[in-house]
Design a protein around this ligand. Structure first.
Ligand SMILES: Nc1nc2c(ncn2[C@@H]2O[C@H](COP(=O)(O)OP(=O)(O)O)[C@@H](O)[C@H]2O)c(=O)[nH]1
Ligand SMILES: [Mg+2]
Length: 316
């Protein structure tokens, strides 16, 4: 079925149509582009929450618990996981305290894992396309989970309305967010696994780190929140929901919200252009490379001038 014909079905919230559109976006199918362009025009209603943090910090468990809590408040919740190790299909998380099967059977919750191949802008482009598809499908809140290791992943989490960075006890002495440069991007910091006795230490360290940041002049209109949670026993989730609601309101009505929307649009534009550029280059390079490689190999030219030639010819 042509992608444009899937739009009305997706807009009615039909999961098979939504899933097919996301797959086509992920594959970068040129056929789907007019449909994705139309979807972009219709989207923009949902609140998008980006969640990142190092592997093992408890993101996926938290996302499942958060999705269940948000769902209980009424709206539909979509999850886009850019994390190949997400246990969403596993059935039970934390010894069945969070029943993924129950969540998975709820038509108001849709969880989708994105493949992390197709880098070079492709992943960010596809993830944000997926968010729009869910938005048009009537999902009121959309959570993007990315594993905070690569620059791209952290940037995707930043390309959301509310960015949450998760730190956990027991993963080393330091606050992990610092290493990956995630400390600055958070609107809300979460310390997960607060059922553990060493979580207090992580909370104190993180708060101290943030105070130092404020002293260094990194203050903003939004007072960054630090919330301790346990997905195991539900601790802290009321506070987390309240912080998210507050930031959502702030994002809607403030000058920094407007600025953030512009920054997201700029990021998205560049990532999409990057993706199209690389695709175009790879298509024509395949045909042009052999002749130029023969020249290079025979030392009838240097890598730089021949690369410039290749670039010029492939983008002509
Ligand atoms: N004690 C405790 N363990 C947790 C909690 N949340 C997650 N975990 C465990 O931490 C590990 C990593 O969780 P996961 O959600 O996959 O982390 P991710 O890699 O950041 O997505 C798993 O073994 C979880 O069972 C929690 O609230 N308390
Ligand atoms: Mg995960």
């Amino acid at each position: 079925m042509p992608s444009t014909e899937l739009i009305p079905r997706a807009a009615r919230g039909e999961i098979p149509a939504i899933a097919r559109l996301i797959s086509r976006a992920e594959a970068g199918m040129p056929e789907a582009r007019p449909a994705l362009a139309e979807i972009y025009k219709r989207a923009g209603k949902a609140h998008v929450i980006g969640i990142t943090g190092v592997p093992g910090s408890g993101k996926s468990t938290l996302v499942a618990a958060l999705a269940a809590r948000l769902r209980a408040t009424g709206g539909k919740v979509g999850v886009v996981a850019v994390d190949p190790s997400s246990p969403y299909s596993g059935g039970a998380i934390l010894g069945d305290r969070i029943r993924m099967t129950e969540l998975a059977q709820d038509p108001g919750v849709y969880i989708r894992s994105m493949a992390t191949r197709g880098a070079m802008g492709g992943m960010a482009r596809a993830t944000l396309d997926a968010v729009d598809i869910l938005d048009v499908g009537g999902f009121n809140t959309i959570i993007i989970e990315t594993v905070g290791v690569g620059q791209d992943e952290v940037e995707i989490a930043k390309a959301s309305h509310t960015t949450i960075v998760v730190s956990a006890p027991g993963l080393g002495d330091e606050i992990q967010a610092i290493k990956a440069g995630m400390l600055e991007i958070a609107d809300i910091h979460i310390v997960s696994k607060c059922d553990r006795s060493d979580a207090n230490r992580t909370l104190t360290d993180l708060k101290q780190m943030l105070t130092m940041g404020v002293r260094a002049g990194v203050a903003s209109e939004w007072p960054v929140r630090v919330v301790g949670i346990s997905s195991l026993n539900g601790e802290g989730f009321d506070e987390l929901l309240e912080a998210i609601a507050k930031h959502r309101a702030f994002f809607k009505d403030s000058a920094s919200g407007t600025q953030r929307r512009l920054a997201i649009a700029g990021f998205r534009l560049e990532k999409t252009a990057e993706n199209l550029l690389i695709e175009r280059f790879q298509q024509s390079a395949a045909a042009l490379t052999p002749a130029l490689a023969a020249k290079l190999s025979a030392r009838q030219g240097d890598p730089y001038s021949l690369a410039r030639e290749l670039l010029a010819a492939s983008l002509a």
